[in-house]
Design a protein. Structure first.
Length: 140
């Protein structure tokens, strides 16, 4: 094999490797964006309903079923969500909605809080914030 052909072969291999690496990176970014967008889109109406309920009743809902059907038609589900937890905090003055997902390589908690306050440990685990409604935390 001539030197010219060897160089062309090496350049072709390098191009294929670069395209593959970029393609994998793009796919991972797209997949993350897609999964998080679906989770946020599915559960944003629940967070909004919780805010609306609290506004109308001057206190948080004691459970998510109180939102149906006046604020949302039904409680949503998603194939990307492993569990949903709701709790009333601060002596009945605030609420927290936690959506746990193992759909991505790093387990995540999509946390919506009426207070939007987080501990120092939680702040270190913040991966993303959605419009001051939902904060994405890494699982411990």
């Amino acid at each position: 094999m001539s030197i010219k052909r060897s160089i062309l072969l090496l350049v072709a291999i390098a191009v294929v490797v670069v395209v593959a690496v970029l393609g994998i990176g793009f796919y991972r970014a797209w997949h993350t964006f897609s999964v998080e967008g679906q989770i946020h889109g599915t559960f944003f109406p629940v967070a909004k309903a919780l805010y609306d309920y609290e506004h109308d009743h001057s206190s948080p809902a004691t459970n998510l079923t109180q939102l149906v059907p006046r604020y949302i038609p039904q409680l949503p589900t998603s194939r990307f969500v492993d569990s949903v937890e709701y709790s009333v905090t601060d002596g009945g003055k605030a609420w927290q909605l936690s959506i746990h997902s193992l759909a991505l390589s790093q387990p995540r908690i999509y946390c919506c809080r009426s207070t939007q306050t987080f501990t120092a440990d939680e702040e270190r685990r913040v991966l993303l914030r959605y419009h001051a409604v939902c904060t994405v935390l890494s699982e411990r």
